[in-house]
Design a protein around this ligand. Structure first.
Ligand SMILES: NC(=O)c1ccc[n+]([C@@H]2O[C@H](COP(=O)([O-])OP(=O)(O)OC[C@H]3O[C@@H](n4cnc5c(N)ncnc54)[C@H](O)[C@@H]3O)[C@@H](O)[C@H]2O)c1
Length: 252
């Protein structure tokens, strides 16, 4: 299998795209270090991986906290000695709201997890990969990182920032054997999108315009995981700094 002997660290591994990608990476032979702040769901993912004959560990961490990030990186090194693949994926959606009603605390929460979390992951994993002279990193951005969704300007800004971090890091590491790409899902059937419907039902606020999924349905998390496994592998050897849309035509 093409990822045999590779060690992959995945954040947000307890649910959705992170869980599906962890399973896919393990199916392709990688050993996975699962990171999530939800211990229960993270451990469930590990159980699913072991049931399919895969290898790995779970490590509880909040990606927005520097110490936690250093701890998950150190844990991966302590147990497996290397990090070949890093799926820097954990993220949260903002509450849909008219721009001027967005609280400063909501801005900080979104930026802390979606931007600082991705930055810290890059900062500490890149140090490891630089020493190794190899590695593949996939940061989860969004179609909202290319153009906004209505009533979630802060989330959109956070995902634009993920693309900026991806391109900036890719430029610095292109000649050091490390590839860094951004994955842009459109609408994926996960806890994140399910939560949006609940939010509309509870809060009563529905934005004037919500994008339709042009392809006629949401993506299954596994349809994103296929791309993650490809970008992680040597098959994507000439891809770095790319912003890869897997959006069913949403941005057309
Ligand atoms: N679902 C979509 O339609 C969609 C579209 C575009 C982009 N995305 C992005 O994809 C990524 C994954 O989303 P998903 O849909 O799989 O969501 P999800 O809610 O199903 O999974 C996200 C996981 O990240 C974990 N997490 C959240 N904050 C964390 C933190 N601070 N530290 C550690 N773990 C944390 C959660 O516990 C959860 O297990 C996110 O970055 C999201 O913004 C999702």
């Amino acid at each position: 299998m093409e990822l045999t002997n590779k060690i992959a660290v995945v954040t947000g591994a307890g649910s959705g795209i992170g869980r599906a990608s962890s399973l896919k990476l393990a199916q392709n032979g990688a050993t996975v270090v699962l990171v999530d702040y939800n211990k229960e769901t993270g451990e469930e993912t590990l159980k699913l991986i072991k049931e399919q004959g895969g290898e790995g560990i779970f490590f509880q961490a909040d990606v927005s906290k520097s110490e936690d990030v250093q701890n998950y990186v150190n844990k991966a090194l302590e147990v497996y000695g290397q990090i070949d693949i890093f799926f820097n994926n954990a993220g949260v959606i903002q509450r849909f709201a008219p721009f001027t009603t967005v609280e400063e605390s909501e801005f900080d929460r979104i930026m802390d997890i979606n931007v600082k979390g991705v930055f810290l992951g890059l900062k500490y994993v890149l140090k490891v990969m630089e020493e190794q002279g190899s590695g593949s990193i996939i940061n989860t951005a969004s179609t909202a990182g290319i153009r906004p969704e209505h009533s979630v300007a802060v989330y959109s800004a956070s995902k634009h920032a993920v693309i900026g971090l991806t391109k900036g890091a890719a430029l610095e590491y292109a000649n050091k054997g490390i590839r860094i790409n951004a994955l842009c899902p459109g609408g994926v059937q996960t806890a994140l999108t399910a939560g949006v419907a609940d939010q509309f039902a509870e809060g009563g606020y529905i934005p004037e315009e919500i994008s339709t999924m042009r392809i006629g349905r949401y993506a299954e998390p596994n349809e994103l995981a296929e791309m993650v496994a490809f970008l992680a592998s040597d098959k994507a050897s000439y891809m770095t700094g790319s912003v890869v849309l897997v959006d069913g035509g949403l941005t057309l």
